[in-house]
Ligand binder design. Sequence first.
Ligand code: B12
Ligand code: SF4
Ligand code: SF4
Length: 357
Amino acid sequence: MAEPATAAELRDFALQAARAAGFDLCGIAGVAPSARLAAFAPWIESGQAGEMRYLARRADSGRYLREAVREAWPWAQSVICAATVYNAPAPRSLDSTANRERGWISRYAWGDDYHDTLRHRLEQVATRLRAHAPEAQFHLTVDTAPLVERAAAQQAGLGWQAKNTCLIHPQLGSYFFLGCIVTSLPLAPDAQLPDRCGSCTRCIEACPTQALTPYAMDASRCIAYLNLELRGPVPEPLRPGMGNNLIGCDICQDVCPWNRRAPVTGAPEFQPRPGMVAPLLIELAGLTEDAWRERFRHSAAKRAKFSGLRRSLAITMGNSGNPAFLPTLQRWQADADPVLAEHAAWAVTQIHSGASA
Ligand code: B12
Ligand code: SF4
Ligand code: SF4
């Protein structure tokens, strides 16, 4: 391609670079305030972000950094949004719930840590753009920067933000990660895709902790928040709904008709590592902290921390109603970690009362 000069040529150049870097989808968003972002401040202020205080960080203007792209990057003119499918050919979470010996790790965490993989790919895109526009500014984001990536990706035409709050693409479904490049380059924006949830409400009905209302989530009730983000005790009324979910939760995506024929990825980084698909609870419970570190090295599942995984194991064992876990739980009742001890005591009571059997 000749030297890109116009906004449309720059856009095409960025999209080619993203495809060459291995992304499955790419599109361009402008930085004008969107209707979705207008819902951000009321959402934060209603307490639905739970203890994820990083979401509520403010800019010098006093507004939330995530309320508008230019709060964090005043020079921004466009956001390059890219997606990578992580779906793997293996069962869905709900297939595992009848088994009283196994837990569930969400599919997003089966392979290598996506933060590293996506950042590496975004760097390849940025390198090619920098070669053409050395004066331009670029900020790469995968999760941790103050950008609401799904809102940007929706504007960039990568999918619609659905009733389960995930971004869904009509061919790819929703098992994909997002990475973005905020840039000072004025790239031609893409058109948005229409919402195709229609009258369906499967995700809302299937959510075991009633975290969803159409298009919005009370994250403080979401299982992925409880087992990955929340430190300390899990509110007791929410524990039974966590079922056998140890790391994250896939339920509202697994029941979605748009994921019925979702393609799987051939990328070696996202193939399931041994022991990640429906692991045996007793085996995970036997890990020392060193063995846990080794097992989850370069895995997104590490975010739960060793203490968080054991807390979720206790809840899952209690929910299983399986008396085979009583010796482990009784040992944990005397553990030095008071949170684990309390959750183990709760689980023992659950098993004895036959609450979940
Ligand atoms: C915090 C966070 C979480 C939290 C909170 C989730 C949430 N819904 O916000 C928790 C821990 C629960 C979570 C869970 C998961 N996450 Co997450 N998460 C993030 C993170 C870091 C920030 C998201 C954020 O800013 N949320 C703030 C809220 C306000 O955003 P929102 O949901 O879009 O909310 C909007 C709507 O609710 C709407 N709204 C609010 N009220 C109302 C009312 C009405 C009437 C309407 C119409 C709209 C509306 O406006 C809000 C503002 O835009 C992003 C990465 C990033 N930097 O963006 C990844 C991200 C969203 N997560 C991702 C993934 C993969 C997951 C999980 C699948 C992981 C798992 N298996 O457990 C689950 C999915 C759960 C789900 N159904 O969304 C992907 C999403 C990919 C996709 N295809 O959608 C992202 C983009 C990470 C990435 N880089 O790939 N996550
Ligand atoms: S991820 Fe699980 S808990 Fe969270 S909204 Fe979806 S179904 Fe509900
Ligand atoms: S399950 Fe139905 S309502 Fe929920 S996200 Fe999928 S299509 Fe939309």
